[in-house]
Design a protein. Structure first.
Length: 111
């Protein structure tokens, strides 16, 4: 049986990652961010994020599954509040929700 060095995995992973980044840089000047295709891509990205967050709330796995439902729901509510207050910032909303969940689990116990 052949063994593969971890360096090969690292090299292939870096090539794949930086290859797509290089393609993005090369094509960025030619892409209209307001085109129908880019709006569709943005919608798909938001839908994936929403689906992931919904799954984490409704059917959590591992350590998150040991938190109470009210903690996860309050975290989602706080994330939405921050999202709308700060001009629909996805980054701030998700970050605030995650930090809220850490705070309530730390202060309120695991269940």
């Amino acid at each position: 049986m052949m063994t593969v060095s971890a360096w090969w995995f690292l090299l292939v992973g870096a090539l794949v990652t930086y290859g797509w980044r290089a393609a993005g840089v090369a094509l960025s000047g030619k892409i209209d961010p307001n085109s129908a295709l880019m709006r569709w891509v943005a919608c798909v990205a938001y839908a994936l994020l929403a689906g992931l967050i919904a799954r984490l709330i409704v059917a959590p796995q591992g350590e998150l599954g040991e938190t109470a439902l009210w903690m996860r729901l309050s975290s989602a509510g706080f994330a939405l509040l921050v999202y709308f207050i700060f001009r629909r910032s996805i980054v701030l909303g998700v970050t605030a929700g995650a930090l809220w969940l850490v705070a309530v689990t730390t202060l309120g116990g695991a269940a």
